[in-house]
Each structure stands twice: as structure tokens, then as C-alpha cells.
Design a protein around this ligand. Structure first.
Ligand SMILES: Cc1ncc(COP(=O)(O)O)c(C=O)c1O
Length: 397
């Protein structure tokens, strides 16, 4: 008798939509606004710092918790932007991207059979990682702006109902992929209150922390009273420094939580690429002007794509942060977002991502009315996408 090849924990995962739509984009010569990585590189000084580190012999295993200088730079950055005091020795672990950090947090803090609360649409690795560790996800949908809500919002009763005696972790992501929502102080305080009531820890995924558009302001949950002692902050340099391929991330947490995550990390990757850690320390120390210019560049790109999508007839929601725009596609009359995105890539020549894959089965229908466009692309690429949409996206079928 032959055994199944796939272990149960991976058996339900097929090819990701990112692979499917990137392949379709290549096949149809489409402009790819699907995958969320920049089509331009990060600062030369940072790339040179990596080359220098390799030349200077920074090529063997780094300390498991992360190179001392990078942990120092992470602490300095936390103080500079959030007034958060971070002890680099007891509160930081460097990981291979935020992706590893998320997995380590779940491994270190959540047991099989526990429940994890998160918002939909979610970043897809949350759902997969919750499956890997044998926990159960309890999802609460974010709702689009409407007559009474200027921004994406959540129903407080729905969130409260998702919490229970088995809840172990709340996953927050602000600025949020893919809605672009930046959670307000009031929202975070409400969520913090629930976490205190149910004794729940928080994973705060802040990889878009520097891509925020005024008047929105990124608030680090770990700096709010009541959240500081229960929050593991996760971030990485991929988005902030346009170096997504480097996969250098980190967690910041109070010592007991850091230790739990570190225990997992030591047996997941043990350590992260040494020369890239050296260069990431240089990146985090770039002057304030770098960070301001990054936000200004993305603010301009947001306007460019938002205006273009709206000119093409799409009902596009303005993001407060991140480099994604969600658009409502219901009026085009396709059965769902996947059919719409397949049409878009093959007939219009623009690749977008169907967001229904970022929802659990119960609320998947909410994502079937949406499409996600990334604006982390050069202006010429954004303009060409808009030109094609205006020329070929018929108002309805
Ligand atoms: C919300 C969110 N979290 C985490 C990640 C992964 O970050 P990294 O590339 O540092 O692993 C991404 C990447 O797209 C993301 O959008």
C-alpha cells in the first residue's frame, strides 16, 4: 500500500495565486501589479555595505539571536521613531524575514488546539502557519469604507465574539496588507483591552511601518499602555529599504516573550545571513530624510495609480498605508475575483491579485468582489497599466 506523498499539514496548499498570476502575466506579456515587491532597488549605500561586509570576511554564522550591531541598530530605530526603549540583548531576535518571525512567534507562543484571532483579508502566511502548528484561526473581516466609516473598519462585537477561553494570540497588521488600513489609537486600545481581559498575546506585523500617508500615522501597538507587556513586534527591512529579496527581519518583545520566540528561531533557521545583517544595520541608521523620501515617493505613486484606476472606472479605495490598493469589481459582472483577474491579465494585459484567497471560507465572498493592485512599481509601469485599463476595461459585461 502506498502512502500519500504530502503530509496532511501541506496537503491543502496548492500553487499560490502569486505564482499562478506571475506565470499568467509572463504568458500574456501583462504589466504585473500583482506581487508586492518593488521593481527598483534599495539605496546604493546599503547595497555597498553588504558587498563590503562580504569582502571584509563577515561570512560565517551570525549569533543566533542576531548580530550585535544589527540588534543595536534595531533598538536605536525603535527609540528614534517610536520613543520605545528596547534592550538589544534581551528583547530582539533577528530572523530570515518577517515570514520566519511570524512562524517563530506562532511556534513559540501558541499550542496545538489553541485559537488565534486575526483580521481578514489576511497576509497568507498567517493562515498557513496557524495550520502548521495545529491551532485554529478565528477570523474577523475588515469592512470597506461606507456612509458611516471613512476608512476600513471592524465590528467590535464581531471581534469580541471571536475571543474565548482558548484564544492565545491576536495577529495585528498595521499598516495593513491589502486594505492599506492604519489602525487608530482608539482601535488599538479597544483590542488591547480585549487581550488583557482574555490574557491574550499580540503579534504586531509592522512591515509597512514606514509606508504611511498623512494624515494617517503609524502607531506601534507595543508603545501603548496595556499592550507593551503582551506584544511581539515583527518587522523587516524588505519594504522599508526596497530589498525584499534580502529577507532580513526581526522581532522585538519583552524578555519572556522574546525567549519563547528565540527558542523556536534557534531550530528554524538558527541564524540569518551575516553580511546582510551588517548592511541592514547601516540601512536602519539612514537619516530621517531617507524615511521621509520613501513615504513621499509612495504617496506620489499612490496618487498616480489611484487616479488612474478611478479614471479607468474602477471603484478604488485609497489606502492609508502599505503599497496596495483594493478596488471593488462587483459592477463588472464576473462570477468572482479570480475570473475578473484572469480576464484582466489575458484580455487587458494587467496582472492583479484576487483577494478572496486572503479570507477563510466563511467570509470568502467578501473578497470575491475585490482586486488588489500593487503600486511599488516604477512610474512608467504604473502609467502603462493605467493606459491598458483605460483602453480595454469595459465598464460592465
Ligand atoms: C503583511 C506582511 N507581513 C509579512 C511579510 C513578509 O515579509 P518578509 O519579506 O520580510 O518576510 C509581507 C510581505 O509581503 C507582508 O505583506
Amino acid at each position: 500500500m502506498s502512502r500519500p506523498v504530502f503530509a496532511q499539514r501541506v496537503s491543502r496548499f496548492g500553487t499560490t495565486v502569486f505564482s499562478e498570476f506571475s506565470a499568467l502575466a509572463a504568458k500574456h506579456g501583462a504589466v504585473n501589479l500583482g506581487q508586492g515587491f518593488p521593481d527598483f532597488d534599495g539605496p546604493d549605500a546599503v547595497k555597498e555595505a553588504a558587498q563590503r561586509a562580504i569582502r571584509d570576511g563577515v561570512n560565517q554564522y551570525a549569533m543566533g539571536m542576531g548580530a550585535k550591531d544589527l540588534r543595536l541598530a534595531i533598538a536605536e530605530h525603535s527609540q528614534r521613531f517610536y520613543g520605545q526603549q528596547v534592550d538589544p540583548d534581551s528583547m530582539v531576535t533577528v530572523t530570515s524575514g518577517a515570514t520566519e518571525a511570524i512562524f517563530d512567534v506562532l511556534l513559540g507562543l501558541v499550542d496545538p488546539g489553541d485559537e488565534v484571532v486575526a483580521f481578514e483579508p489576511f497576509y497568507d502566511s498567517y493562515d498557513a502557519n496557524i495550520t502548521f502548528i495545529g491551532a485554529t484561526a478565528r477570523y474577523v473581516p475588515l469592512r470597506p469604507p461606507d456612509a458611516t466609516h471613512a476608512e476600513w473598519w471592524f465590528d467590535r462585537d464581531e471581534v469580541r465574539a471571536a475571543f474565548g477561553p482558548r484564544t492565545r494570540l491576536l495577529i495585528l497588521n498595521s499598516p495593513h496588507n491589502p486594505t492599506g488600513k492604519v489602525f487608530t489609537r482608539e482601535e488599538l486600545e479597544f483590542l488591547g483591552g480585549l487581550c488583557a481581559e482574555f490574557d491574550v498575546k499580540v503579534l504586531s506585523d509592522e512591515v509597512y511601518e514606514h509606508i504611511v500617508f498623512a494624515p494617517a500615522r503609524h502607531l506601534r501597538p507595543a508603545t501603548l499602555p496595556g499592550l507593551a507587556e503582551r506584544t511581539v513586534t515583527v518587522s523587516s527591512g524588505g519594504k522599508t529599504f526596497s530589498l525584499t529579496g534580502w529577507k532580513v527581519g526581526w522581532i522585538i518583545a519583552p524578555p519572556p516573550l522574546r525567549d519563547a520566540v528565540q527558542r523556536a528561531h534557534q531550530f528554524v533557521t538558527f541564524a540569518t545571513a551575516s553580511p546582510l545583517q551588517a548592511a541592514m544595520a547601516a540601512a536602519l541608521r539612514l537619516p530621517d530624510a531617507y524615511y521621509a523620501e520613501l513615504a513621499a515617493m509612495y504617496a506620489a505613486k499612490r496618487e498616480r495609480l489611484l487616479g488612474g484606476l478611478r479614471d479607468a472606472g474602477l471603484t478604488a479605495f485609497a489606502p492609508q498605508g502599505s503599497y496596495f490598493i483594493l478596488a471593488d469589481i462587483a459592477k463588472y459582472g464576473f462570477p468572482d475575483d479570480i475570473a475578473f483577474c484572469r480576464h484582466l491579465v489575458s484580455e487587458v494585459g494587467v496582472a492583479a491579485i484576487p483577494p478572496s484567497v486572503f479570507y477563510g471560507p466563511e467570509h470568502r465572498h467578501l473578497g470575491q468582489k475585490l482586486a488588489r493592485f500593487a503600486f511599488c512599481k516604477t512610474d512608467a509601469v504604473l502609467d502603462e497599466a493605467v493606459r491598458r485599463l483605460r483602453a480595454k476595461l469595459a465598464p460592465s459585461r
